[in-house]
Design a protein around this ligand. Structure first.
Ligand code: PLP
Length: 400
């Protein structure tokens, strides 16, 4: 018998956080590593947001707040949803937590019973399946590939739904593939879901502002107003405002679910940081002109990465439509041997080879459910992107 509860065996530590920590350790030890494993913008939180946090502290906003968010922040979130997504939520339909991760956890923990199925398109953000498993649910994966733009089809969805299906999880723009569903594609999913009233839709819109080529963002409930009462729209300030450390995420959705999430949070963490909530409200209500500058920078890096990797040394890298990751196929290199005589049997071996022999930190596709591939984050300077791509190509060319 071990002291640790059996349910912990159902999950693994987040592979992307592990990859990032390993890269940071090597860098701290003085090793020249290109860290392409980061899941956070490399920009600083804009100063007006930091000033709002400071002002809130001086004004005494240093105490417990309402468990699932202050009235001021909930109001700012409702306005954001209305203005940016054409979604009319009232404050009692809003839940705020310590990051979108906590909000997602709460939503699934409050709704998934043993044996309930949760449909998750792959590749997926690493945490969805483990949160489902930890709560007794069964993740049902729908595979996609680069050929179909890493998108599921309405038919795939239809074939996956059973009487035990509780949720469909959508994440657009997607981490790790960058795929974005259009309004028409979302409406086609809506048609399938319309006749399955037991299925709720969890849409994780955290990368909504990071979309390229002038595309317009549409959220699931916006494309499917008739399904809004079965949709939980999750978002947060981490990626859009470079506020990963502040830990504020939020969701808009059906009142009974929002109430249940409040109950759970009241017995787990309590309110998210009062200071971070004030900062998040300032972020949502304040100027957004920096988005354009950041987006132009991310788009330049994306274009560079694709030009340096796609079709080079056996790699395939289609341009991500959004987020700040490229999902690169390394299929041509499986079965090859490194100059040190190690065989590359899977994308985990490939990623270890890149780190150990060529000092580039990436994350293996196995973590995201579609292999053989690796995720390269471009939330790092353009010079680092260039150097990392040079090392990756050199690494591939050295394989035999
Ligand atoms: N959802 C996706 C798709 C993510 O990639 C991440 C972070 O990497 C999160 C949610 C969690 O974000 P937060 O920092 O708000 O917890």
């Amino acid at each position: 018998m071990t002291f640790i509860a059996d349910r912990l065996n159902l999950i693994s530590p987040s592979p992307s956080i592990m990859a990032m920590s390993r890269a940071k350790e090597l860098i701290a030890a003085g090793i020249d590593v290109c860290n392409m494993a980061a899941g956070e913008p490399d920009f600083a939180t804009p100063p007006h947001i930091i000033e709002a946090a400071y002002a809130a502290m001086l004004a005494g906003q240093t105490r417990y707040t309402a468990v699932d968010g202050t009235a001021a922040l909930k109001q700012a979130i409702c306005e954001k949803f209305q203005q940016e997504n054409d979604l009319a939520y009232t404050p009692d339909q809003i839940s705020v937590g310590a990051g979108a991760k906590q909000v997602l956890y709460n939503a699934l923990a409050c709704s998934v019973n043993d044996g309930d199925e949760v449909i998750i398109p792959a590749p997926y953000w690493v945490s969805y399946p483990d949160i489902v498993r930890l709560n007794g649910g069964v993740p049902v994966f729908l595979e996609t590939s680069a050929e179909n733009g890493f998108k599921i089809t309405p038919l795939q969805l239809q074939n996956a739904i059973t009487s035990r299906t509780k949720w469909l999880v959508l994440n657009s723009p997607n981490n790790p593939s960058g795929a974005i569903y259009s309004s028409e594609e979302l409406a086609a999913f809506g048609k399938v879901l319309a006749v399955h009233p037991q299925v709720y839709i969890l849409t994780d819109d955290i990368y909504e502002h990071l979309i390229y080529d002038g595309a317009r963002y549409v959220s699931f409930a916006q494309a499917n107003p008739a399904l809004a009462d079965r949709t939980l729209t999750v978002n947060g300030v981490s990626k859009a405002f470079a506020m990963t450390g502040w830990r504020i995420g939020y969701a808009g959705g059906p009142k009974p679910l929002i109430k249940a999430m409040e109950k759970l949070q009241s017995q787990t963490s309590g309110n998210p940081s009062s200071v971070s909530q004030a900062a998040a409200a300032a972020a949502l209500k304040g100027p957004k002109d920096f988005f354009k500058v950041w987006l132009a920078e991310f788009e330049a890096r994306r274009n560079l990465i694709v030009s340096l990797l796609d079709g080079k040394a056996g790699l395939q890298c289609s341009p991500p439509e959004g987020a700040f990751y490229a999902y690169v196929s390394c299929a041509a290199h499986l079965g090859k041997t490194t100059p040190q005589g190690k065989r590359i049997d899977n994308d985990g071996d490939f990623v270890m080879y890149l780190l150990d022999e060529h000092r580039v930190a990436t994350v293996q596709g196995a973590a995201y459910g579609v292999s053989p591939a690796f995720r390269v984050s471009f939330a790092t300077s353009i010079d680092t992107v260039r150097e990392a791509c040079r090392r990756i190509v050199a690494a591939c060319e050295a394989l035999r």
